[in-house]
Design a protein around this ligand. Sequence first.
Ligand code: AR6
Length: 209
Amino acid sequence: PEDVTTLDEVSKLNEIIDGKKFDLKHPFFDKISLFYGDITKIQVDAIVNAANDRLGGGGGVDGAIHRAAGHNQLQAECRKHTRPVPTGEAVVTDACKLSTHVKKIIHCVGPICYGGVTDEKRKKLESCYRRAIQLSEENDLRSIAFCCISTGIYGYDNKDAARTVLRFLWRHFNKEENVEKWDRIVLCLFMDVDKQCYKQYIKELLLDP
Ligand code: AR6
């Protein structure tokens, strides 16, 4: 479809950050992109949904994905899975009407975080990203776009989420065997606050890995 952004059109981190100042040989920079906008408009093998444990659809990115994929069709796919899905876990469904440019949807259930971030919530958030990556590898999916899981309706602090996610990806993609399986990891940022948090923390990581 015409309004879809291909991976060639999404800048990699080493194009976004002033690369000359830093050692950009870390594979992280060549595999990770930032995309600003609607996750349903990116051409990737898998998009990640921030779902609820019933996989019942809802507001936020979940609502946008259900609308784009076709609510009834996607609900039929979701009902094939055992629910409730535990927090920190993920399941894969067909992409339904999004299948013109997306192969699978990975539904992650992030932590609900109104009372502030705790170690346990942080681990659950990290677990969402880890499980989505594992499930992609098991399904031969080589590119993925993540939304900022839990940082909307579920109330997880944006700064802490950016730091947790980037630190996890930094460690994961420090190993060559983890890098090989991937064409691209896209971090889809929808809110200005997330753009700021991600850019700031990427710089912090560079200065103090
Ligand atoms: N594309 C990319 N990101 C988006 C889009 C979009 N089209 N729309 C919103 N976001 P949220 P949560 C961003 O609230 O906090 C649902 O009702 C949004 O700005 O969607 O995990 C579910 O059914 C934010 O940065 O998910 C659950 O009940 C990020 O996506 C609950 O909300 C996540 O915000 C899950 O809450």
